[in-house]
Write a protein that binds this ligand. Structure first.
Ligand code: GLN
Length: 265
């Protein structure tokens, strides 16, 4: 079976993802299994088994996706079909069910991760930084991952898998929610039934766990949440595609491959 991995190529760092995906695939035993595709329209999306939404500018990506009639097919792909999808930075914002600090006039979200993100959490472009990350999910070689943060979002709240009206998300000023959150249909709700897992936090920026709504005991402190997964949907605040480190791309290709072989068996 060949697996087609699409990279949404409307704006942002899609070429960088493709370069790293090819390099990562070369490092795997099952390298001939993967083919890669730039996605700009519905037909290309329909050919994909799995998708990456790159970093860039989420407002622009969502605007171009709306112009290209791609928002609804993307929502179907991520939220109902639950095909393996990974968003980096702007991609994480688009995959969130709610986002705040959005531009005037708002932006549309695809949704798929039951979280609320805070855009530009660390400030402006000039406040971009690099941090060495310990990413336990990578297994044996998990330390020293170069995390590049450029006007990065963080996950500030894990949301319950219920409709938006019940969580009151819409009432928060400056917050946008993905449309199906307002009236989450049964199919999307069932498909999104798995829990949100916190995959990585940023050390050295400790905040009270209670602020995150995370499942940790009161009084515990964890860092800002910078990577989450809910079933097949994965999001990172930072940009592995802007490094030459293939570890996350290699890990994710294997995860996507495993998820797809389970769903077809
Ligand atoms: N802050 C940007 C946005 O809202 C994301 C930045 C990035 O992808 N580097 O889209």
């Amino acid at each position: 079976m060949t697996i087609t991995i699409g990279v949404l190529a409307l704006q942002g760092a899609f070429l960088e993802h493709l370069v790293l995906l090819r390099k990562a695939a070369e490092s795997l035993e099952e390298k001939d299994k993967f083919t890669f595709l730039e996605v700009r329209n519905r037909d290309e999306l329909a050919r994909c088994d799995s998708l990456i939404i790159p970093g860039g500018e989420s407002t622009t990506i969502s605007f171009v996706a709306a112009q290209s009639d791609l928002l609804e097919p993307l929502r179907q792909f991520v939220k109902v079909d639950r095909k393996p999808t990974w968003g980096t930075c702007a991609g994480l914002i688009l995959l969130a069910e709610a986002a705040n600090a959005t531009k005037k006039g708002g932006q549309e979200l695809i949704g798929g991760l039951d979280v609320r993100v805070n855009r530009n959490h660390f400030g402006r472009q000039i406040e971009s930084f690099q941090a060495s990350l310990d990413l336990k999910f990578l297994g044996a070689s998990h330390t020293g991952f170069p995390g590049i943060f450029i006007r990065a979002p963080i996950v500030e709240k894990i949301l319950p898998n219920v409709s938006g009206e019940q969580t009151g998300e819409q009432q928060i000023t400056d917050t946008v929610v993905a449309p199906s959150r307002a009236a989450r249909d049964d199919k999307a709700k069932a498909a999104m039934s798995s829990e949100v897992e916190i995959m990585a936090t940023l050390p050295g920026r400790l905040r009270k766990a209670a602020e995150h709504g995370a499942e940790v005991s009161a009084g515990d402190e964890i860092g800002d949440i910078i990577a989450v997964r809910q079933g097949n949907v994965f999001g990172t605040s930072f940009h592995p595609e802007l490094t030459s480190d293939i570890r996350i791309h290699a890990w994710w290709l294997q995860e996507a491959s495993r998820a797809l072989s389970q769903s077809s068996s």
